[in-house]
Structures are given as C-alpha cells and as structure tokens.
Design a protein around this ligand. Structure first.
Ligand code: SAM
Length: 275
C-alpha cells in the first residue's frame, strides 16, 4: 500500500454502516486526511483504531492538498474521510482527487454510505434519470439563475440543505416548480429519528415555516411531467391546401401533411373534408 489516495466513506448516522473494507484501509494507510479530526477520532475510537491525522477541509484545501499530494508522491498512502458520507460529494474531496489526478497520483474510491443515494433509493420517485443539485447557491441572484436552469427539468432532482435554511429553500423550490410538485423529505437518514415524508413542496414549506426543522435533510423533488404539444391543426390544414394546389388528391395531401405535422392521417383527412 503506497503512494495512493483512498476515498473512504463513513456512516451518515448509523455506525454499523462502515464496511469491513473501509476499516481495513483505515487500518493500513500511513495517515488519514479528515475534515474534522474530532469527528473522525470518535469513529476511529469506535473501530478501535489509532492513526495519525491531518486536517483537510474547505478552508485549508489549497495548502493542505499540496502537502498531502507531496506525501503521496513520496510513497505514503492516505485515506480521505469527511464528517459523514462519501468524500467528494458536496465536500472538498473533489479538489483533492483532481489534484492527485493532475500530479499522476492514483486514487481509489471505496463504495459506501452517501446521503444522496440513500435518499434517492428510498424516495419512491423515478430513479431512472436524476440530477444531483447539492446545496443551492445562497446568494439570491445565483440561486435564481440555478433554479431557472432547472425550469422544465424532467429528471428527479436531489438537493442537500441545512436545517436553518430549509424553509427558505422550500419556498424558493415551491415558487420555481409550483406548490403541488411532489417532494420526498428525507430526514436523519439511518439515524434514530429517521423520517421519509412523501409530500408536496407547498405542504413541506407550510410545515417548516410553522415548526423549526431539526436534523439533516435531503430533498428529492419529482421532475416535471413532460407536456405533449398539441398538434398544429391549422398549420396542417394550410399545408393540405398547398399540396392540393400541386395536384395531389385530398387523401394523398392529408396523408403527407399529417406525417409532416405529426398528426393522425384519418383525423387530418376528416378535418380537411369538413373544410
Ligand atoms: N459527502 C456527504 C454524502 O456523501 O452524502 C455529504 C456532505 S454534505 C456537506 C452534508 C449534507 O448531506 C447535509 O447537509 C444533508 O443535506 C446531507 N446529509 C448527510 N447526512 C444525512 C443524513 N443522515 N440524513 C439526511 N441528510 C444527510
């Protein structure tokens, strides 16, 4: 085990979710890069492990990242862990992996807990196609741009949010997608007070403006239902007339125009006859 970065997921609540392979790697690496060493120390304690740690979080990632990569280039092995979940998903892990890639250092991801996939899989909404939106921007202007980009989004959308910003985010989502849009609120996943609430954006906004949200939240929002465009019957009839002037029979002209306008041949023929 040398010169490699291991991305080790940690439980998002239930300590039983740390895998055997993750424990094995934490045991064997030379050092651990942790978002908060106090949080990771608790986990290591629980696992009966002791390991040197360095801090790697969003405020020091530029400096700390360089130092970690230098050690990896020197042949050491490092496990990157965050406070909870999979490193790189809505946390600075992404930057360290990019730095490793830029310096020719190998990175290996261990599968494991991630609030995104737990919420999505329990949501009951379509998982065939989805988009992970993470945390919405805090600044109003950037948030509006982001939400405008999601206008007409048909895929299921997954958002992370902190409890103190939840009500405001629900209001903005309800404004953007309508209060009737289906939502699954996934709260405190894998923990004692886990709750999966299948509701709507409007209803959830009402609840969390009346009652202070507690715990950690993932919001899974249904994509918009694709609207079937009504065929342009007027345009199709005009096209029939145009084709008739070239000498085609009513039947042949209706058939060709129907094909061009995505209409049923019979329906257009009957409309043309009525005219
Ligand atoms: N890397 C982590 C992952 O793999 O999910 C996410 C880190 S992000 C900084 C933290 C956010 O994840 C929280 O604000 C919340 O939206 C979500 N989250 C983490 N643990 C959760 C849990 N047990 N239940 C619900 N949401 C959770």
């Amino acid at each position: 085990m040398s010169g490699k970065l291991y991305l080790v997921p940690t439980p998002i609540g239930n300590l039983g979710d740390v895998s055997r392979r993750s424990v094995d790697i934490l045991e064997r690496v030379d050092f651990i890069a942790a978002e908060d060493t106090r949080v990771t120390a608790k986990l290591l304690n629980h696992l009966g492990l002791k390991k040197p740690m360095v801090i790697y979080h969003r405020h020091n990632c530029a400096r700390a990242g360089g130092a970690i990569v230098a050690r990896l280039l020197g042949g050491e092995a490092c496990a990157l862990v965050t406070d909870a979940g999979t490193p790189g998903i809505s946390d600075p892990g992404e930057k360290l992996v990019a730095l490793c890639a830029a310096n020719g250092v190998e990175a290996e991801a261990i599968p494991g807990p991630c609030a995104l996939t737990v919420a999505l899989s329990v949501s009951g909404l379509s998982t065939r196609r989805f988009t992970f939106e993470g945390f919405l921007p805090v600044k109003k202007k950037n948030r509006t741009i982001h939400l405008n980009q999601l206008d007409g989004e048909e895929r299921t959308m997954v958002f992370y949010e902190a409890p103190h910003k939840l009500a405001g985010t629900l209001r903005d989502l309800a404004d953007a997608f309508g209060p009737e849009r289906r939502l699954v609120v996934c709260r405190e996943l894998t923990k004692l007070h886990e709750e999966v609430w299948r509701t709507t954006l409007g209803e959830a906004w009402e609840r969390y403006t009346a009652q202070e949200p507690r715990g950690e939240f993932v919001l899974v929002v249904e994509g918009c239902v694709p609207t079937e465009e009504a065929p342009d019957e007027e345009g199709a009839l005009m096209r029939v007339e145009q084709l008739r002037r070239t000498g085609l029979s009513l039947k042949a002209a209706s058939s060709q125009a129907a094909q061009e306008f995505g209409m049923q041949k019979r329906r257009l023929y009957e409309l043309a006859l009525d005219k």
